[in-house]
Ligand binder design. Structure first.
Ligand SMILES: NC(=O)c1ccc[n+]([C@@H]2O[C@H](COP(=O)([O-])OP(=O)(O)OC[C@H]3O[C@@H](n4cnc5c(N)ncnc54)[C@H](OP(=O)(O)O)[C@@H]3O)[C@@H](O)[C@H]2O)c1
Length: 248
């Protein structure tokens, strides 16, 4: 996606990948490769947050960075997963109460951007161990064994259930009854109809997979690499063509 835009905008740059084994070396590696920008993926987003010179915007709440940008001799950190997600659900309206299934890194980005935009967010996770961060950040939390059902406008699957195996992220009867009382469903997994999305469809919800989230986090990252000098629509147009070639 990035390379297609670089090529079509006639920019003298290329986007590649590098394997980083030791997350504590992320900024050293960034500098030794003489990069001007980079995206960071699992499991190094927290190291990128801690080790960049300054984290910007919502990355400070999430405590994870997926985009690094060099400016002078400093390296700044951003989180475009959060705004990428929010842009991808721009057609979902009246989101007052939102339920997030899962409590990993993706859930953090989504929880903060939804709260910033006025939603009350509940995190429901299989186990209790990862809920601490959310509790301390002031979110409502529950593990499977102490969940009390409620009416949610939007239900989001941020778990890996459905990625490689055909399984639901929550017990079917409970998820089905939550969906009966909901309006929207979103799965961060992209490029396939997961059991979660299949159930959303059967429950007549408006639903989306994670394709646009992936696309928009890249669009916003690209613009940060170039100091926001391009129109996001122009970047999106090119990236969408590249994305469709790869996934559709
Ligand atoms: N569309 C996009 O742009 C985008 C961006 C980022 C990530 N993603 C996708 O988001 C997903 C999550 O990534 P992550 O980095 O947040 O993962 P993570 O940090 O490893 O968290 C995974 C979460 O899933 C839960 N889980 C795992 N297996 C489960 C199961 N069988 N039933 C119920 N819960 C289960 C875990 O619960 P426990 O705590 O109990 O283990 C944990 O809360 C991945 O599929 C990734 O590809 C998509």
């Amino acid at each position: 996606m990035h390379n297609r835009v670089l090529q079509n905008f006639n920019l003298d740059a290329c986007y590649g990948k590098t394997l980083l084994k030791d997350g504590t070396k992320i900024i050293d590696k960034f500098k030794s490769l003489k990069l001007s920008g980079a995206n960071v993926t699992v499991p190094h987003k927290e190291y990128a947050f801690k080790l960049c010179n300054e984290a910007k915007g919502i990355a400070c709440d999430i405590k994870a960075v997926n985009t690094l940008v060099k400016d002078g001799d400093k390296v700044y950190g951003y989180n475009t997963d959060a705004i990428g997600f929010y842009e991808s659900i721009s057609s979902f309206k009246n989101l007052k109460h939102v339920l997030i299934l899962g409590a990993g890194g993706t859930a953090k980005a989504i929880a903060f951007i939804l709260r910033k935009n006025g939603a009350e967010v509940t995190i429901l996770n299989r186990s209790a161990k990862r809920l601490d961060f959310f509790q301390k950040s002031g979110f409502k939390t529950s593990s499977w064994d102490n969940f009390k059902t409620y009416r949610y406008d939007l239900i989001i699957n941020t778990t890996t259930a459905g990625l490689n195996e055909s399984i639901l992220p929550l017990e079917k009867e409970l998820l089905s009854s939550l969906m009966q009382n909901s309006s929207y469903a979103f799965d961060v997994i992209y490029g396939k109809e997961t059991p979660f999305l299949k159930l959303a469809k059967e429950s007549s919800l408006i639903y989306k997979d994670g394709s646009d989230m992936l696309l928009y986090q890249a669009v916003f990252a690209f613009n940060l690499f170039y100091n926001n000098r391009f129109k996001t629509e122009d970047i999106e147009k090119e990236m969408r063509k590249a994305f469709n070639l790869a996934y559709i």
